[in-house]
Design a binder for this molecule. Sequence first.
Ligand code: PRP
Ligand code: URA
Length: 243
Amino acid sequence: MADLTARYGNLHVSNHPLVAHKLTLLRDNGTAPKQFRELVRELSWLIGYEAMSDLTTRPRSIETPLEPMEGAELEPRVGLVPVLRAGLGMVDAMLELMPTAQVWHIGLYRDERTLKPVEYYNKLPDAATVQVCLILDPMLATGGSSAATVDILKAWGAARIKQVSLIAAPEGIATLSEAHPDVDIHVCAVDRNLNERGYIMPGLGDAGDRQFGTFAGPGSEPGHASDETAEVVRRLQRTLADD
Ligand code: PRP
Ligand code: URA
C-alpha cells in the first residue's frame, strides 16, 4: 500500500481510526443489510469529507450578531455521480455534506465473464453543468467501471473528476491511474488483490448485493471463476507487476 501511494500521486488512502473501525464492521460477513447500509453511509461521510478537502472557496461577506466579517463559500459547482447500483448508498451522506450538489446517475454493471463495464443508464444532459464531479462507487476492483465513468464525464465536459470509493484493489488503482492520471482517488482502504473472479480480497463481497439484500445464492458467490475471467484478472496483475 505504501508503494502504491508512492507510485500514484493521485491516490489518497484514509488513515483515520474511525474509518478503520467502521470498515471492519462493513467487511464482516455477519453484518446484515440494514447495518451494512448505515455503515456505507457513515463511511461515505468520512471519506467524502476527506475528498472535498481541496475544494476552493471564495470570500463571502456576512454579519455575525456582533460585527461584519469575511467568511468563505464553496466556489465550484459540484456534481455527485453515483454508479448504479452500489453507489446509490453513498449519495445521502454526500448530500448532507454538500446539500447544493447536483446528482447525476450513471448505470453500469460488470459483465461477469469479461469483467468489462456495460452501460445501461445515463441521464447526463448534453453539456456539463458542474465543474467538479465526484464519482461515487464503493468498490474499485478492475477499475473498468471507474475508467468508463471518467471517459463519459470527460466527454461531457467535467473539468475536474475525483473517484470516491470505500475499498480499492491495486489492479483497479493502476488501471484508473494509468488511463486518467489527473483523477484523484480517495479510498478508505487498499486491499491485497483481485481473486480470479475479479472480486477484491479480502474485500467485503458484492457491495450491491450486501446493501440491497440480493445475494443470489452460491452460483453468484465470489470465488467461482471461468477461465476467461481468470485470464482477465491475470492480465491486469501482470500489467501491474510490469509497471
Ligand atoms: C460493482 C461496483 C462497481 C464495479 C467495480 O458493481 O459497484 O461498479 O462492480 O468493478 P470494476 O472496478 O471491476 O469495474 P456491479 O457490477 O456488481 O453492479 P451492481 O452495483 O449493480 O451490483
Ligand atoms: N464489485 C463488488 O461489489 N465487489 C468486489 O469485490 C468487486 C466488484
